[in-house]
Design a protein around this ligand. Structure first.
Ligand code: C2E
Ligand code: CA
Ligand code: CA
Length: 706
């Protein structure tokens, strides 16, 4: 008989769900009440009429025993969604007993068997319903048989003959329709699906099994009447049916699971995700999808062999599953890619917390096939309904977040629309990058730096732009990381440095003795030929090395610290200056500064921009200035956008000022004009239009310039 396996506990009440829960409760109690009424009626009519202790009864008792045994060994029939229907083989015996036995006996036996079995699973409402629906179904089955065959309704049937075949089949069909019909209705009430659909799916999944079990019921009835001792032989076809169902379930399992790790596969993940999304849509909860990718898995596989790789994947599967609550689905999508489905989270943050738990568990090194391996995973997250409302887009967005997480290895990234745009753009840009150098699409702009005290321009920073024929001007923050990963960075950086040196040479000819600051990427900084190349360029343009400042960030150096330090050492030997860019954003420690021995610190613009509003930023800026001066370095503040910040920085003793308030990055001709104007109008009180000219400051009384 059909009972759906325990899928989920009744879902958490939300508007719709609460209403459904009420409907399910009412329906279950109604069915139970009707069933109980039938039982009481039958018992009242039969208890005294049947001689319960006679030898005649033994065949009915034997059927009862087989019924109970069958009830304890249910068949699990696999549904296409990975859930399973329980079809109990006891159907053969209960229907047989319903045809020929005293109906009270089958009702009591079935009620007790179901009650015991279901109560173990602690779902009282389900148990009541299941008992009720068997009582109803079996009573009516008996009624249909008795009325259509002319057998007595209440007394045991005399003996079955050829004329009883059709009525028996009619009764079996009644049993099937009622049993599955009632179950479909309650599942429909619970899940909001259509009862007809559920019924159809039940037939599709279990139809054949049903046919065999119900067809065997009259046979069992005849055998029971023929010989008590032959009845146990009826267990043989039952074993056959059971075996078939087991094979089918195994196949279904294989179709929905990954062979290596035993985890659900993409298909099962999709089925569960769609169900979770539909449910969360009603309760207002969130559904999280994480995509997880192992860093360096390919290296492990290639160097240590596939069996180590397989062992690693199995161990990862185990850890991820262990780290997460039971209702979460962990699936393997293939290769070293795993997915995690968090159904029904009350808060979006829950998904992030679970991701951190997973990442923590994976950081402990893994023993696979006797080898100890350090693993680390990158995780991308997307959440319903914030980032997407369908499974497909959720997966896509999680994938975009993962892509972002992988660029920094071992990160957890939650999807944001910005990274999406970048990704689409990135791919098309990546293709255009190499040609861009040849097509001279790169351009260098220059942004002046002025002495805080006097407003005198003393340096310019070279900043690159990409004038893309289709996408317009592209920020270096987008294309430099791209170029870094593609190998285009070398040619590009050299072109930029050359352009900057050409500009500097021309400015010098025009009478402006300023310094030129150039940004050096990580890749270029680990190029051992850079110092020699730069020396040649300086000679070629007749530029004193002291007029060139190399700007590096901490992350530029940490990409390949050994080489970077060597290159930096050689650059200093040439005599170029060294500035630490974006100071304050990394882990910049004193010992690091001591080893690097820079000439200049550039306070990161994020602090400068926040100075007016955030006290901490002001403190950071002040201590950077003090630290720099303490080490004998000059301090530059970038990102100065207004006069007030300029004044504050000047008061703090900052040496150089760079920012939109002084001037935006501009082309070489514009810079030339700007510098000309600045020299002409270095009168501290002049305010003029045209190229914006820095307003010079009086020397602050408390500190002399470094
Ligand atoms: P960075 O070295 O920190 O450069 C300063 C950035 O701040 C520049 O952005 C500049 O336009 C911007 N900026 C200047 N003043 C202000 C201001 O008052 N307010 C605000 N909000 N921003 C200001 P840009 O030109 O987009 O450059 C971004 C980053 O790209 C640079 O940061 C640098 O790390 C990198 N970069 C630029 N040119 C090159 C290059 O030729 N080679 C390499 N390797 N990196 C470069
Ligand atoms: Ca810079
Ligand atoms: Ca900077």
């Amino acid at each position: 008989m059909t009972r759906r396996t325990a899928q989920q506990e009744p879902p958490t009440p939300g508007g719709v769900v609460a209403a459904r829960l009420r409907a399910v409760t009412v329906f279950a109690y109604t069915v139970f009440a009707v069933g109980l009424l039938f039982l009481v009626l039958c018992a009242a009519l039969q208890l005294t009429r049947v001689s319960w202790a006679s030898w005649e009864m033994s065949k009915y008792y034997l059927l009862t025993v087989l019924l109970v045994i069958g009830e304890m060994r249910p068949l699990l029939v696999a549904r296409h969604d990975g859930e399973a229907d329980r079809i109990t083989v006891s159907t053969i015996f209960s229907v047989a007993l319903a045809l020929i036995g005293p109906v009270t006996l089958v009702l009591l036996a079935q009620a007790i068997a179901v009650g015991l079995d279901d109560l173990r699973r602690r779902m009282p409402l389900r148990t009541l319903f299941n008992i009720g629906q068997y009582l109803v179904t079996l009573t009516i089955t008996r009624l249909v048989f008795a009325l259509s065959s002319g057998n007595p309704v209440m007394d045991p049937a005399t003996s079955l003959d050829g004329g009883d075949v059709l009525p028996a089949l009619l009764a079996a069909a009644t049993f099937f329709l009622l049993n599955n019909g009632l179950v479909s209705v309650i599942v429909a009430l619970e899940t909001g699906q259509s009862a007809r659909e559920i019924f159809r799916e039940d037939i599709r999944v279990g139809g054949l099994t049903w046919l065999i079990l119900l067809g065997l019921a009259p046979v069992a009835a005849v055998v029971a009447e023929f010989s008590l001792f032959m009845l146990p032989l009826m267990m043989l076809p039952v074993l056959g049916v059971q075996h078939n169902a087991w094979i089918a379930a195994l196949r279904q399992h294989e179709a929905l699971h990954d062979g290596l790790t035993g985890l659900p596969n993409r298909e099962l993940l999709r089925i569960r995700a769609e169900r979770a999304i539909a449910h969360a849509g009603e309760t207002g909860q969130h559904v999280g999808v994480m995509l997880l990718d192992l860093d360096h898995f390919k290296e492990v596989n290639d160097t240590l062999g596939h069996h180590v790789g397989d062992g690693l994947l199995r161990e990862v599967a185990r850890r991820v599953t262990d780290a997460l609550p039971a209702e979460v689905t962990v699936a393997r999508l293939g290769g070293d890619e795993f997915a995690v489905l968090v159904p029904g989270a009350d808060e979006m943050g829950t998904v992030g917390l679970l991701a951190e738990r997973v990442a923590d568990r994976l950081r402990e090194s893994v023993h696979a096939e006797g080898v100890r391996i350090g693993v680390q995973a990158s995780i991308g997250i997307a959440v319903f309904p914030q980032h997407a409302t369908t499974m497909d887009t959720l997966l896509q967005r999680a994938d975009i977040a993962l892509y972002r997480a992988k660029t920094n290895r071992g990160e957890i990234q939650i999807y944001r629309p910005e990274i999406d745009q970048h990704t689409v753009l990135r791919l098309s840009l990546l293709g255009d990058l190499h040609q861009a150098v040849d097509n001279e699409e790169f351009e260098v702009l220059y942004q002046p730096q002025v002495e805080a005290r006097t407003g005198r321009p003393v340096a310019v920073e070279a900043l690159m732009r990409w004038r893309h024929p289709v996408h317009g001007v592209i920020s270096p923050e987008v294309f430099i990381p791209l170029a870094e990963n593609s190998g285009a960075i070398g040619a590009m950086s050299r072109t930029a440095v050359q352009a900057a040196l050409t500009t500097l040479a021309m400015l010098r000819i025009g009478g402006h003795d300023v310094s030129m600051a150039v940004n050096i990427s990580a890749r270029l900084l680990s190029d051992l030929e850079l110092p020699d190349w730069l020396r040649h360029q300086l000679i070629r343009f007749s530029i004193p090395s002291s007029r060139v400042t190399i700007e590096v960030t901490e992350s530029t150096i940490t990409a390949d610290p050994k080489r970077a330090m060597q290159v930096l050492r050689e650059l200093r030997e040439i005599g170029v200056r060294l500035a630490v860019d974006d100071f304050g954003t990394g882990y910049s420690s004193l010992s690091y500064l001591r080893r690097l021995k820079p000439d200049e610190l550039k306070v990161d613009k994020s602090f400068v921009l926040q100075m007016g509003v955030d006290e901490n930023s002001e403190v950071i800026v002040r201590s950077t200035v003090d630290l720099g001066h303490g080490l004998g370095l000059s301090v530059v503040a970038e990102g100065v956008e207004d006069q007030e910040t300029y004044d504050r920085l000047a008061r703090l003793g900052c040496d150089l000022i760079q920012g939109f308030h002084v001037a935006r990055p501009m082309t070489y001709p514009a810079l030339q004009a700007w510098l000309d104007a600045a020299v002409k109008h270095r009168d501290p009180f002049s305010r003029r239009k045209g190229p914006q000219v820095p307003r010079a400051r009086r020397a602050p009384a408390h500190r002399a310039p470094a």
